[in-house]
Design a protein around this ligand. Structure first.
Ligand code: SAM
Length: 452
């Protein structure tokens, strides 16, 4: 079973069968496969039963997900994961301190959420919208904020955050509370998240848990963020606004907007604790042990391909799924990245994006072709098979013809060019329109053996 911690842009859940077929064609059983742009780590998980799997991605949150999902952990480590370890005295002391500091807005938020009931319009709802729209965050103007924050506004200001930037370990932890409150997360969810991080860091510092356990617990928190964030498309890129409805509820978009409002309120009422515990047990139940050599890396792909890791792990095949539109993952997933780094970063704009976010050359029109060629060259020089997935839509930075011609430049005729919809037809399944736009290109170093 594939465990999904993050609903990811470009996730390959629909391509798992054809991808594993393409990989199988060129990789001996138990050989090593490197998932070079692992993202959600969905593909790597699917390959666990047949191969040694290496995972890589430049983003730190993907690395944490890979440690939890791809690396092999001993049974006693999996058994040791328990809610009581995390919901401990450290958690309590941090949450109580934050509850004290943010007492008035917390009570207000709770009252507003309960007064709405199941009615997503009218006065009670509008009062909630005023709280939702006017919650302060670090970097925002502190004037005209919701009145309930009046006695704690100084915590959102530069002077306080500077202290944390210098030492992100000071007590109480309050990064999410001061950076990512409404619309992104409720104030109450933020203080839960900060307190969980505090608990994890204290457990690590006092050697009550290992780094391995720390990373696995942190991956459950990624799952919680994913299910509670209020943002356009649920991808963290843009905080979502609550849309107006007409007084008589007879405007054409009212039903859609009311449904959206209901979804927002349901998410706001969700506790991090219930999701965290749900994921912890689900993970323990479904954990796949895999090859003990499985390993997660967090590097620029060029650095990894040029390193001795390829030889050390006897990598045979590289699965290549680079970004193919101009959407930078570092912008879409800036909040999971900050959760993992927990470093009180400099941020900008209404989206509160990290200013140091990584710009991938695959997302930049004038650089993408050279980047693709560099990747092909590095793989070819190391005698690696490549299985590449790329899409053929108007948003794609490179055309499928450009990809094919670059592959031929390095691998000559040692190329199998497949359309995912056709591959599904070969498995006797009905393909759909989305799959018709997906391509799988296999570049091989030796002719694959014919199974027929
Ligand atoms: C299309 S997504 C991969 C999706 C993945 N196959 C899945 O199923 O979830 C591309 C990934 O490439 C990563 N990436 C982009 N540029 C990179 C680089 N130069 N080195 C390493 N990773 C990079 C992004 O962070 C992103 O997670």
């Amino acid at each position: 079973m594939v465990n999904i911690l993050i609903r990811y842009l470009g996730i390959k859940t629909k391509l798992l069968e054809p991808l594993s077929c393409a990989i199988k064609n060129v990789t001996p059983k138990n050989g090593t496969v490197l998932d070079l742009f692992a993202g959600s780590n969905t593909v790597g998980q699917y390959l666990l039963k047949d191969y040694c799997v290496l995972s890589n991605d430049y983003q730190k949150y993907s690395h944490i997900a890979a440690i939890a999902l791809i690396e092999s952990h001993k049974k006693y480590v999996i058994d040791s994961l328990l809610p009581d370890t995390i919901y401990n005295k450290y958690y309590e002391v941090n949450i109580n301190s934050l509850k004290e500091i943010f007492r008035t807005p917390l009570l207000k938020e709770e009252e507003l959420l309960s007064h709405i009931g199941e009615t997503y319009y009218g006065q009670s709802f509008d009062e909630f919208v005023s709280f939702f729209d006017n919650s302060p965050y670090y970097g925002s103007e502190t004037i005209n904020k919701h009145v309930s924050f009046n006695d704690c506004l100084s915590f959102f200001e530069e002077e306080n955050i500077q202290k944390y930037k210098k030492d992100p370990y000071i007590f109480p932890h309050m990064l999410f509370t001061t950076y990512y409150g409404n619309p992104y997360f409720s104030l109450s969810q933020c203080i839960e998240i900060d307190s969980l991080v505090y608990s994890l860091r204290m457990l690590l510092k006092t050697k009550s848990i290992s780094e391995e356990q720390y990373n696995i617990y942190l991956s459950f928190l990624l799952y919680c963020l994913n299910l509670t964030v209020i943002s356009v498309g649920d991808h963290f890129a843009q905080p979502q606004k609550i849309k107006p409805v007409s007084e008589k509820l007879d405007a054409p978009r009212d039903n859609v907007n009311l449904r959206e409002r209901k979804k927002i309120i349901e998410k706001k009422r969700q506790t991090i604790k219930s999701l965290f515990i749900e994921k912890l047990y689900d993970y323990k139940k479904n954990y796949e042990y895999g090859n003990p050599l499985n390993k997660a890396f967090c590097k620029d792909y060029k650095e990894l391909l040029a390193s001795s890791i390829i030889e050390e792990y006897k990598v045979k095949t590289v699965y290549v799924d680079p970004p193919y539109t101009n959407a930078h993952y570092s912008r879409f997933y800036h909040i999971p990245e900050t959760l993992v780094l927990y470093d009180y970063p400099d941020i900008e704009f209404f989206g509160r994006y990290r200013t140091d976010r990584f710009q991938s050359s695959f997302c930049i029109k004038r650089q993408a072709m050279d980047e693709f060629k560099t990747m092909l060259r590095l793989c070819y020089q190391k005698n690696l098979n490549m299985v590449i997935s790329y899409s053929d839509t108007a948003q794609c930075i490179l055309s499928i013809e450009e990809i094919e011609s670059m592959c031929r430049e390095y691998y000559g005729n040692n190329i199998i060019f497949d359309n995912a919809a056709h591959m599904y037809r070969n498995f006797g399944q009905k393909p759909n329109k989305v799959l018709a736009k997906e391509y799988i290109i296999t570049c091989f170093t030796e002719m694959p053996e014919d199974d027929s």
